[in-house]
Design a protein around this ligand. Structure first.
Ligand code: FAD
Length: 334
């Protein structure tokens, strides 16, 4: 293999032979950074029967795809995936390595970073280059964005949530190299994924939802949470949450919006009983219209939304649902 140091890598992810959008979004951003650095974008894709998917990565902007296309790689295997990536990275020495902040990425990135003895910035909300062409990985902190750099070690690693960057236009005419990877025989397999059981998701999927109702600690208890869930249902909206709602067990982790959760871009976002903490709000910066319902007139959330309703959500939400239903019925009979 010809040596290609200092490239930007994206560890791409596929599930059931479908490339995740976050991987394509990262290739789009990697392309911009690579053009500024005068280097190439390379991707690693592991799975089975994924040759066609590798072409999608090239169409999205990758110059090279390292392709591990074997039955034993069909589903994510932490030790095997880690070993293959570490081995390849030691040989090819990328300057930057990006990975989606998915269930796989959140586990794999620190495993790889520890083996390569380099730094990793998790849950970034932006990636830029500083004046020395070092990666500035930005995370929300102290009421603003903090830039984390890794000037000494390589690769500079970061995980980024889905939705932070836009998906690039696919250009089917682009060409790139596809380099097959062998699976080393001596990889320890103390942890093996034997079966993948998918949870049935009820309600509307958050990533593509035009309307999102997100609830926070102000729900108070499971009954208060149910009212917020009913509001989401009445609006045919996806139900999102803040971290306390997840910690309380009212909401599933997959519904959490923000720095360590999902990044969403609905047309309408309604935040109920939440304070507008930055770690939550970075997940909804692309929302078109934002509404907050909070009983504290001084809550910082009101400075960040287009419309604010000062009221107790436990009383206001049921009234709002009634009004919405009445409006919907009237509309149907008109
Ligand atoms: C590294 C890191 C990452 C994090 N990542 C995330 C993340 O991804 N997503 C996330 O959400 N959080 C995240 N957090 C936590 C975050 O900092 C906040 O603690 C959290 O977002 C606050 O949630 P909240 O607004 O529901 O709760 P609170 O801040 O407690 O706010 C509750 C609000 O409800 C209002 N309220 C109370 N009772 C009522 C009522 N009856 N009616 C109406 N309003 C009422 C209150 O006035 C208050 O404004 C992270 C924190 C850290 C340190």
């Amino acid at each position: 293999m010809e040596k290609s140091r200092d490239s930007i890598w994206v560890l791409a992810e596929q599930i059931d032979c479908q490339i995740l959008s976050v991987s394509l979004q990262l290739i789009g951003q990697a392309r911009k950074l690579a053009d500024a650095l005068g280097t190439s974008v390379e991707t690693v894709l592991l799975g089975d029967h994924i040759e066609e998917q590798a072409k999608v990565l090239i169409a999205a902007g990758a110059d090279t795809v390292y392709l591990g296309n074997r039955p034993e790689l069909e589903v994510y295997q932490p030790e095997m995936y880690c070993e293959m990536i570490v081995h390849l990275a030691r040989e090819r020495q990328p300057a930057i390595m990006l990975i989606g902040s998915t269930f796989m990425g959140r586990e794999l990135a620190p495993l790889v970073a520890a083996r390569l003895q380099t730094g990793l910035t998790a849950h970034c909300v932006d990636l830029v280059l500083d004046e020395n062409k070092i990666l500035e990985a930005k995370i929300p902190a102290y009421g603003g964005l903090l830039s984390i750099i890794c000037p000494q070690k390589r690769p500079q690693m970061a995980t980024i949530a889905q939705g932070v960057f836009c998906k690039p236009e696919l250009d089917e005419t682009r060409t790139g190299a596809m380099i097959p990877l062998e699976v080393p025989v001596d990889i320890p397999q103390r942890i093996q994924t034997l079966e993948v059981v998918r949870e049935a998701t009820d309600g509307v999927e958050m990533e593509s939802a035009p309307v999102i109702v997100a609830g926070g600690a102000g729900a108070g208890d499971p009954e208060g949470w149910r009212k917020i869930a009913d509001l989401a249902q009445a609006l045919n909206a996806a139900l999102g949450s803040t971290r306390p709602a997840v910690d309380e067990g009212w909401a599933e982790l997959e519904t959490m919006i923000g720095q360590s959760g999902k990044v969403v871009s609905p047309q309408l976002y309604i935040g109920v009983g939440l304070s507008g903490e930055q770690q939550h709000m970075v997940g909804i910066t692309n929302a078109q219209v934002m509404v907050a319902i909070n009983n504290d007139v001084k809550s910082p959330v009101f400075e960040q939304v287009d419309y604010g309703i000062v009221d107790d959500c436990r009383e206001f939400v049921p009234v709002l649902i009634k009004k919405i239903k009445a409006y919907q019925e009237k509309k149907i009979t008109c």
